[in-house]
Design a protein around this ligand. Sequence first.
Ligand SMILES: *[C@@H]1O[C@H](CO)[C@@H](O)[C@H](O)[C@H]1NC(C)=O
Ligand SMILES: *[C@@H]1O[C@H](CO)[C@@H](O)[C@H](O)[C@H]1NC(C)=O
Ligand SMILES: *[C@@H]1O[C@H](CO)[C@@H](O)[C@H](O)[C@H]1NC(C)=O
Length: 447
Amino acid sequence: MPATLRPGRLLAVVVLVLQPAGSLGIQCPAPDITHGQLSPAQNFTYGSTATLKCDAGYIPVGATTTVRCLSSGRWHPRVPACTLGHCSYPPLVDHADRKPQREFPVGTTVTYSCRSGYTLLPEVSPTTTCLKNFTWSAIPKLCRKARCPSPAIRHGRELGPGKAEYAFGDQAEFQCDPGYVLRGNQRIQCWSDGTWRPPVPYCDKDCGPPPKIANGQHSASGQEQFPYGLEVKYSCAEGLSLIGDDSVYCTSADGVNLAWSGPAPACRVVRCPRPVVERGRMTPQRFTFPYGAAVRFSCDEGFVLRGDAESRCLADGAWHPPLPSCQPVLCPQPQVANGRLKSTSDSKTWYQTNATVAFECLKGYHFSNDGDLSSADSWTATCLPDGSWTPLPKCKEDDADVCEEIHHIKEVFECGVPLAEVKNLLEIQKLVLEIKKLKAELENLNE
Ligand SMILES: *[C@@H]1O[C@H](CO)[C@@H](O)[C@H](O)[C@H]1NC(C)=O
Ligand SMILES: *[C@@H]1O[C@H](CO)[C@@H](O)[C@H](O)[C@H]1NC(C)=O
Ligand SMILES: *[C@@H]1O[C@H](CO)[C@@H](O)[C@H](O)[C@H]1NC(C)=O
């Protein structure tokens, strides 16, 4: 045994020594129990017993709750403790679920949520709490089937009997009043979140049936609804012409009211007479000329189109614009400087193709063909099919011939003719020309 004693060991020795002598006055200590106490609560003398009472919501740890005060001044068994109690699983609630959780100590609050298709009843709390007596606080009815608002629509009605209330899964089908067209889906269903899917449709105004026409039909026959934007095409019975626009649209002029875009066309027999243009041809070649038929015209050679080249058969059976005519191509009166027509009876403003005219030059002029002297005293030109003339003559001043003459004399001189002789020749030439000139002036004066 070691020489030094520890204080704890010393105390035990003291207790052991005191025990037999003072066993009558022995008291056990009042234990400090959290969440509980012993009953009775005091006067814990040797041999007395006490029972553990836990606070509400707490339970004793271990099976024994009764303790005895021993002669040693200790409790036996050791004073137990109190621990927080638990509730069992919370009750099941119709159409509701809770978070997965396994331990439910007193005070635990569990929250429920309604299953899909169900909604929480108004003004109820979806919770329950584990009470101190280990039961769950009462839970009222929490969930009911989801409800959708009444799907009533204006200008239409629900097909079938209809219901006072619509719950999740209920369906509704609609029909619009005459003159209205359904926009959206005809059949809808009440969804788990209390909304309609697809959304509730509505009834939109429509144009009503398009006008009927005699001897014709439209593409919407058999149709019952005529919504905004609908196009209706008209066609005529065989052999009849459609007069007017062949289609109408359901549209709106004021943004509110719907109406057909225009009057319906008419079906009539329309025949234009075969277009005849003398000296002309038409394309395409055709043999019937109903309303709307268009033809183009052209003229034979030597003729020119007067009027519009294309014409169309109108509803009143007339050609529009009026048929053109083919007029012969004409040549304008030919003008020759210093020349004139040989015969005044030939003088016209316009000449037809193949017409010929004869020219002569004025006095003091003569025909000239690009420098070559021409002795001809007549020249003819012909009017061509394109409105032009065959080449017209040129009339040159006679003086121009003097130059030619000098040219000639120069050549003679260069050939070695004696100068005196050339001089004489020139004198004579000069005299001749002067006589010529005087003669010409005299004649011009006479005219
Ligand atoms: C304690 O118990 C004894 C005997 O059981 C009794 O005589 C005594 O009066 C009690 N004391 C008190 C304070 O209750
Ligand atoms: C538990 O306690 C609550 C309120 O404290 C009471 O309404 C209920 O009846 C108790 N349950 C039991 C089984 O004693
Ligand atoms: C002009 O003459 C030609 C040749 O003789 C003839 O073929 C043509 O038909 C004539 N034209 C007219 C418009 O008379």
